[in-house]
Design a protein around this ligand. Structure first.
Ligand SMILES: Nc1ncnc2c1ncn2[C@@H]1O[C@H](COP(=O)(O)OP(=O)(O)OP(=O)(O)O)[C@@H](O)[C@H]1O
Ligand SMILES: [Mg+2]
Length: 196
């Protein structure tokens, strides 16, 4: 069964071989897929938020959260991508770049280089730029940033307020333009957006 996938602006298209990794066999439409993914993500979110404090910011945690968010949906849940996408670094560099990011973030936390919000939002942006997984990078990197800020004693981010970020709409447009500003080194819009 081939699902006619629909993509919100700024979403990463799924390759045909990645699409073969779909676990549930009853899904035939994008709406079914969205609802199924959402259920799965709630499990991942519950697991992450039960941890309260991130003990070790390492590759294992990053992958485990992605696995728990998507393990009933995609066979490649928790596994790094093996092809290039329009966003993201060359796939062969993912493990190394992620390690750099995690080490730098741990250093920033330990030495209180920046305010907690700035550390977590910078981490979100750089994580989504690495784009470690075939899909689900946005949702995963937002939840990672939430877990990080809670761990640092802050409140979870609002990510633009109560409107869903996953479909096309003004909130998503604002999110994407804030990310593009961060791409050029200006983090302020993303910081404001995350607390709107
Ligand atoms: N110019 C950009 N710079 C940095 N990150 C970007 C840019 N454009 C898109 N992104 C990120 O890539 C994500 C889309 O990647 P992907 O489709 O893997 O994630 P997703 O979780 O499936 O999508 P969504 O965030 O829509 O739920 C966006 O949510 C956003 O976080
Ligand atoms: Mg996507």
């Amino acid at each position: 069964m081939v699902i006619p996938f629909e993509y919100a602006p700024g979403a990463t298209p799924i390759d045909p071989d990645e699409a073969l990794g779909l676990i549930p066999t009853h899904i035939t439409t994008q709406a079914d897929l969205n609802a199924w993914e959402e259920m799965n993500i709630v499990d991942g979110e519950d697991w992450m938020m039960r941890q309260k404090i991130i003990k070790k910011l390492d590759e294992g945690l990053v992958r485990e959260l992605h696995r728990r968010m998507f393990n009933q949906t995609w066979k490649w849940a928790g596994k790094f991508r093996q092809s290039n996408k329009s966003i993201g670094i060359d796939w062969s560099q993912i493990a190394v770049s992620l390690k750099d990011l995690l080490d730098n973030t741990a250093y920033q936390i330990e030495n209180q280089i920046m305010k907690p919000d700035e550390i977590a939002i910078r981490f979100h942006h750089e994580l989504v730029l690495i784009h470690a997984f075939p899909n689900g990078n946005g949702r995963h990197a937002r939840l990672m940033a939430d877990a990080l800020i809670v761990s640092l004693g802050g409140k979870r981010f609002s990510w633009g307020g109560s409107m869903p970020l996953t479909n096309a709409g003004i909130t998503r447009q604002n999110y994407l333009s804030a990310l593009r500003a961060a791409d050029s080194g200006y983090l302020e819009s993303l910081l404001l957006f995350a607390r709107q």
